[in-house]
Design a protein around this ligand. Structure first.
Ligand SMILES: [Zn+2]
Length: 385
């Protein structure tokens, strides 16, 4: 049976898979992939304190190289459905656009990947490599029972991937604008300065922690962490809150706290960054400021997929289809690519992200066809006849 990107996207949008609910989206994907000859598994992962999550892993072929498509079928809640022009789970086409929660983030992307892969294996059933799907239902939620465990599960079965395309919406304005070849890391820290509480009229009997905290924070932001690298902007530290919680105007408080978050490039690891932060604070504190620094654990490290042949195939396919030469970017927040990159090079390219997570999330029907055609061109280039 033939499946168009549009009909696949509509079927997926009609599944109310608000994270962590499966909503029928993985069951539908399973049936379509199985019918096309994929071997499909649906592992469910659990962890105390988080909801159980269903996932999907599918593979066609036994040979190498192995190209993996990755993504998620869970979506964020629609919010007030009364504010939507169309039912967020209706898969409604209005004019040239398809409406629904997940239209661009990222059931639309999944539909395009599946349409391209189904067409490819139908036309070249005996191609020498393998095509896989690694789809989680836990990207928009805690992301604990999703991609990380699914990759471990696949590895334990002996699966080895050569390259991966993640279909998150990467284009800011038009299809073809942007491929993401890396992502910055994220690290959060807390600094607390201890003082001595007292009467504001008798400051010599107290020790105000606030000026000392200001001194430490100034030291953190005084110098840039770096000036960027070949493919990344400069790392950036933002102080996100300063808290004293002192309700009285005539009391010098006992302690003052601040939190900061750093988005960092491939010049740093979380460890080297923590060392740099500790060094700056200790220099500013000297001998007399009492403070503690705690860093939150992070799994968001910076990564880069060097612009190699694989990135070249994708860029070429995009340019052929859209006439646009895509920008190779590392901007934006973190994504599941940070987990996949431990196992194989990963590149992100999907739909236009403008309406993601918004009311009236929607995608141009023409973009679905064009994205499917781009993925198909990538398959043709990756598995030359
Ligand atoms: Zn997404």
């Amino acid at each position: 049976m033939e499946h168009s990107p549009l009909s696949l996207a509509q079927s997926l949008l009609r599944c109310p898979s608000v994270t962590p609910a499966e909503g029928g989206a993985l069951a539908f994907s399973e049936s379509v992939l199985r019918e096309a000859g994929f071997e499909v598994h649906r592992p469910v992962f659990s962890e105390p304190g988080t909801p159980d999550v269903e996932n999907l892993y599918a593979r066609y072929g036994k040979g190498e190289p192995y190209l993996l498509f990755s993504g998620h079928t869970d979506v964020v809640p629609p919010g007030d459905t009364g504010r939507w022009r169309h039912d967020p789970f209706g898969g409604v086409i209005d004019g040239t656009e398809l409406y629904g929660r997940g239209a661009v983030d990222m059931k639309g992307g999944i539909a395009c990947m599946m349409a391209a892969a189904l067409e490819f294996v139908r036309e070249r059933p005996d191609f020498p490599g393998s095509i896989g799907f690694l789809i989680t239902g836990d990207e928009e939620g805690p992301a604990i029972n999703g991609t990380v465990k699914l990759l471990d599960w696949a590895k334990a079965r002996g699966e080895r991937f050569d390259a991966c395309i993640l279909g998150e919406p990467t284009n800011p304005e038009r299809l073809g604008d942007m491929i993401k070849i890396g992502r910055r890391g994220s690290l959060t820290g807390h600094v607390t300065v201890e003082g001595k509480q007292g009467h504001v009229a008798y400051p010599h009997l107290a020790d105000n922690p606030i000026p000392n905290l200001m001194r430490l924070l100034s030291a953190l932001i005084a110098k840039p962490l770096d000036h960027g690298t070949d493919h990344f902007d400069a790392s950036n530290l933002e102080v996100t809150t300063v808290d004293v919680g002192n309700p009285a105007a005539n009391v010098i408080p006992a302690a003052a706290r601040a939190t900061f978050n750093i988005r960092f490039n491939d010049r740093w690891t979380p460890e080297s960054l923590e060392e740099e932060i500790a060094r700056r604070l200790s220099e500013a504190a000297g001998n007399h400021v009492r403070y503690t620094l705690t860093m939150e654990p992070t799994n968001a490290v910076a990564f880069l997929t060097e612009p190699n042949d694989f990135v070249g195939f994708i860029a070429k396919a995009i340019e052929t289809e859209t006439g646009i030469r895509p920008k190779l970017s590392t901007t934006g927040g973190t994504s599941d690519a940070r987990f996949i990159v431990r196992d194989c090079p990963v590149v992100e390219f999907g739909l236009v992200g403008q309406t993601m997570h918004q009311v009236d999330e929607r995608v141009a029907v023409a973009d679905l066809d064009r994205l499917a055609s781009i993925y198909r061109k990538v398959l043709d280039a990756y598995f030359p006849a």
